[in-house]
Write a protein that binds this ligand. Structure first.
Ligand code: HEM
Length: 441
C-alpha cells in the first residue's frame, strides 16, 4: 500500500476513481476546478485521477518555480498510450520527447527556422502580409456567397501557411481541400484529448479494452492520417527538391542532416524524427495561435470602444495606402497594450503539455515521487488579483505606463507560453504573427 506521507495536501481519494468526481463537480475546465480546489487544499496539491498521480501548482510563485525546476523538465510520453502511438512508441519529436535527443532537436529546430526568417521582422512582414491578403480575399468571397463566416478555426489555414512556408516551403490556397481536412483532424484530436479525464490517460486498460467507446479508434485514425501526411511531405522533398545543394526549408536542412549522419546508428536525425517534428510543429503551430486570434477578435468585437482606440492609433501612424509592419510597433503603444490584454485573457493552453518528475524530489516541504505528473496551472497566473488587481476585466491600459510606454515588467508576468527550458519554442513567432494579423484584420 502506497504511503502518502509528506505528499502535498489534496482532497480525499476514492478507490479506483481517486479525485475524478471532486474535480468534475467543480468545473468542466480542469484549470478552474484545480484553482477552486486549491483554495481549500493549498496552491501545491496532490490529485489522483484514475491511475494518474499528479501534483498541480496553482499560484504564480509555485507555477514559476516548478516550470524552472530541473527535475520537472521531461514530458509524460511513456504513460499515455495515445502519445506513445503518436511517437511510434519511441522518444521522438519536440513536444513529448525528453533527454538529449529533445535538446538537440529543439536547438536544431530553433536555429534552422531562424535561418529561414522565423521571427525576423523583415521576412515575417512579407509572409504575414501575403497570407493576410489571401485571407481577406477569402473572407470577402465567403461573405458575398454565404453572408456569414464561422470564427472557430477561421485563422487555422492562414497560420499554418505562414509557418509552413518556413518549415516546408509549401504554400496552400485557402480552398485546398486536403489541408482543410488535415486541420480538421488535428483540431478534433486536440479537442478530444482532455488530459485529466481522458480514458487513455486515466484508465489506459479501458482505452485498449473498449477502443470504440473510449475514442481510441477515432484518435488512432486521426493520428495515422496526420503522420502519413508528414511522411508524404518528407518523401516529396526527398524526391523533388534539390535539398543537397539548395536547401530552401526546414525539411530540406533536416534531410541533409539525415544523409550526413546516416552511418551513425545513434543519430537523432532519422525519417521518423522528421515526421514527428513536422507533426509537432503542425499541431502546436496551428491550433494555439488560431484560437488566440479567434478569442482576440471576440474581445475586440465586445469592446468596441477599445477597438475604436486601436483603429484611431493605427490611422494616425500608418499612412493612407501604407501597410502596417513590425517596425511601426513602437509607435503603436495602445495597440501593443490591447494585443497584450488579448493574450492575457485568451489563455488557450492553461496547462502546458504535462511534465513528469524525473526523480524523487522535495518541493518546499512536500515530497514528489519520481514519475508523478507535474501540472502547472498557467491560468492561475493570468487570473491573479495580486498581479492584476481586476483580472476579469478587459483593460489594455493596465500595460501602459504614465508616459504611454509599455510596462514590460507587468507584461513579463504573463505565462502564456510556459517557462524554463521547455518554454514554447515559437513564442516570438506567435507574438509577431498575432500582432500583425490582429492589426491587419
Ligand atoms: C498563441 C500561440 C501559442 C501558445 C499560447 C503556445 C503555448 C505553448 C506552451 C504553454 C507550451 C509548453 C511550454 C512549457 O512546457 O513550459 C508550448 C510548447 C511548444 N510550442 Fe507553443 N504556443 C503557441 C504557438 C506555437 C507555434 C506557432 C508553434 C510552432 C512553431 C509552437 C510550437 C511549440 C513546440 C514545438 C513546443 C514544445 C517545446 C518543448 O517542449 O521543447 N507553439 N507552447
Amino acid at each position: 500500500k502506497r504511503s502518502y506521507k509528506n505528499y502535498p495536501p489534496g482532497p480525499p481519494r476514492m478507490p479506483i476513481l481517486g479525485n475524478i468526481l471532486q474535480i468534475a463537480s467543480q468545473s468542466s475546465f480542469p484549470s478552474v476546478a484545480f484553482l477552486n480546489l486549491s483554495k481549500k487544499y493549498g496552491d501545491v496539491m496532490f490529485l489522483k485521477m484514475g491511475m494518474v498521480e499528479a501534483v498541480t501548482f496553482n499560484s504564480p510563485d509555485s507555477v514559476h518555480e516548478i516550470l524552472h525546476h530541473e527535475k520537472a523538465i521531461d514530458r509524460t510520453r511513456t504513460m499515455l498510450p495515445l502519445i506513445q502511438a503518436r511517437m511510434y512508441g519511441k522518444n521522438l519529436g519536440l513536444i513529448f520527447s525528453s533527454g538529449e535527443s529533445w535538446q538537440k532537436l529543439r536547438h536544431f529546430t530553433i536555429r534552422t527556422l531562424k535561418d529561414f526568417g522565423f521571427g525576423k521582422a523583415a521576412s515575417m512582414d512579407v509572409v504575414v502580409l501575403e497570407e493576410m491578403d489571401k485571407f481577406v480575399g477569402y473572407l470577402e468571397t465567403k461573405m458575398q456567397r454565404d453572408g456569414v463566416v464561422e470564427v472557430d478555426g477561421l485563422f487555422n489555414l492562414t497560420l499554418v501557411n505562414m509557418l509552413w512556408r518556413l518549415v516546408t516551403g509549401i504554400n496552400y490556397s485557402m480552398n485546398d481541400k486536403k489541408i482543410q481536412k488535415l486541420l480538421k483532424l488535428s483540431n478534433d484530436m486536440i479537442k478530444n484529448t482532455k488530459f485529466s479525464f481522458d480514458a487513455s490517460a486515466t484508465f489506459p486498460f479501458l482505452w485498449h479494452l473498449f477502443p470504440s467507446w473510449s475514442g481510441k479508434n477515432l484518435q488512432m485514425m486521426n493520428i495515422t492520417a496526420l503522420q502519413e501526411y508528414c511522411r508524404e511531405t518528407l518523401e516529396y522533398h526527398r524526391r523533388n527538391c534539390d535539398y543537397k545543394n539548395h536547401p530552401e526549408s526546414y525539411v530540406d536542412v533536416f534531410l541533409q542532416k539525415i544523409d550526413e549522419t546516416r552511418k551513425n546508428p545513434e543519430s537523432e536525425f532519422t525519417d521518423d524524427q522528421l515526421v514527428l517534428c513536422l507533426l509537432d510543429l503542425f499541431q502546436a503551430g496551428a491550433e494555439t495561435s488560431s484560437q488566440t486570434l479567434s478569442f482576440s477578435m471576440l474581445y475586440m468585437l465586445i469592446h468596441q470602444d477599445i477597438q475604436g482606440k486601436v483603429q484611431k492609433e493605427i490611422d494616425e501612424v500608418v499612412g493612407k495606402g501604407e501597410v502596417i509592419t513590425l517596425d511601426m510597433k513602437s509607435r503603436l503603444p495602445y495597440t501593443q497594450a490591447a494585443v497584450l490584454e488579448c493574450l492575457r485573457k485568451s489563455m488557450v493552453a492553461p496547462f502546458p503539455a504535462a511534465r513528469q518528475a524525473t526523480d524523487d524530489f522535495y518541493f518546499r516541504d512536500y515530497f514528489i515521487k519520481k514519475g508523478t505528473i507535474i501540472m502547472p496551472n498557467l491560468e492561475c497566473v493570468h487570473l491573479d488579483r495580486g498581479i492584476w488587481g481586476d483580472p476579469h476585466n478587459f483593460r489594455p491600459e493596465r500595460f501602459l505606463n504614465k508616459d504611454m510606454s509599455i510596462d514590460t515588467k507587468l507584461a513579463g508576468k504573463m505565462l502564456l507560453f510556459g517557462g524554463g527550458k521547455r518554454v514554447c519554442l515559437a513564442q516570438s513567432l506567435a507574438e509577431t504573427t498575432i500582432f500583425l494579423v490582429l492589426q491587419i484584420s
